[in-house]
Design a protein around this ligand. Sequence first.
Ligand code: SF4
Length: 281
Amino acid sequence: MNRIRHILSISGGKDSAALAFHLRDTRPNIEFEYVFFDTGEELPETYAYLEKLERALGITVKKIYPKKSFSDLLKQYNGFLPSPTERWCTRNLKLEALIDYVKEGTIYNYIGIRADENRTGLVPHRENFYTVTPFVEDGITLNDVKRILHENGVGLPEYYTPEYDKKFDISYNRTRSGCYFCFFMRQIEWVWLLEKHPEKYWDAANFEKNGYTWIRDMSLEEFAKPENIDRVKESYKKYEEYKKSHKIKNGTMMEEMAFLARHDKDLDDFENDQFCSMCAL
Ligand code: SF4
């Protein structure tokens, strides 16, 4: 018999969390399967948030694991770390697990792309697999997502809580769910990881071998030196001030923006692709 299955992947991020509440309220007659594709390299905050959601919604989120761990895959790739252009991690740790999980039945895969975003969801080349975007259908935006999470008493994941640095008078936080070493992090988020979860930071550093690094042109050992941490914080402060003021005159833009690390600029080009919907929505 061809079973119809409605699947909601919870990523540990705010959008899929809000989507779970939205679906409960707007599609009460549909029975959902809640799944989390666990890479085994997650932040503790992600697991804590999943538990919070399970309690608030009265659901169980099924954890789906990849066939091979990140460490084993890294050996297979001869130490070649994944990056925005060579994103073997999402394919091996999440996409293959999803394809395996949905091999039976007609699948409706619900994803938390919002009405105020311009990106498409993941569409595996498989028959009887349909991507559903209820937030787009229902006009749900970022403010709605925050409201839904607030009204349901769960708020945002803990990693969104800003850390304040008195010396530089800046606040910063992690901005996405997914692996603790995710190369989509900005440099200030690597600083956050070092300060908040030093053991995870050094675990990530231990994956750097044979000249492969997470951050462009710099090992995490080098990055962690106090003078580099200060440089990143200073750059971040200037960037935040720039965003607030917009006072840069025409013609001086590139010069003024030189303080933005090249690593961070490169990431902007890869932000809105479809794979991100598996890791960070
Ligand atoms: S969260 Fe980042 S590192 Fe982890 S699978 Fe996704 S893209 Fe790769």
